[in-house]
Design a protein around this ligand. Structure first.
Ligand code: FES
Length: 136
């Protein structure tokens, strides 16, 4: 099994490591089989992801795909970001060994959760109007 230069670069020099301050959305996922864990935090402005950072406890492919994902999502609208598949991440890296393609799923799932988390925080409780008798 060999990694290409791009994957090795993202592994050795990961982009956007850490947590954004006061995140608007947080997504955490784990791979039950290998125990790897990934967290992505995002900042959103005008429906667009302005910042994204990751923390991944995992294999080289998980770290490289997390790093690539943050590069891919910054500047995208939430709708565009939700369309990013694990295969898109693999393509962005120029490929992964077949045995490691499953590692890219972590990033795509964590991103989805971070966006869901952001959207859930912005929801107005459905009973707010009924209980108060006026629109919030
Ligand atoms: Fe677990 Fe790569 S081996 S994500």
């Amino acid at each position: 099994m060999t990694y290409n230069e791009t994957v090795l670069d993202h592994f050795a020099n990961p982009r956007n490591v850490g947590e954004v301050s006061s995140p608007d959305g947080i997504g955490r996922v784990g791979n039950a089989k290998c125990g790897d864990i990934m967290q992505i935090t995002i900042k959103v402005e005008d429906n667009r992801i302005t910042h994204a950072k990751f923390k991944t406890f995992g294999c080289a492919a998980a770290i490289a795909t997390s790093s690539a994902l943050t590069e891919m999502v910054i500047g995208k609208t939430l709708e565009e970001a939700l369309k990013i598949s694990n295969q898109d991440i693999v393509n962005h890296l120029g490929g992964l060994p077949d045995i490691k393609v499953h590692c890219s799923v972590l990033g795509a799932e964590a991103l989805k959760k971070a966006i869901e988390n952001y959207r859930s925080k912005r929801l107005i409780p459905s009973n707010a109007v009924n209980l108060r008798g006026f629109a919030p």
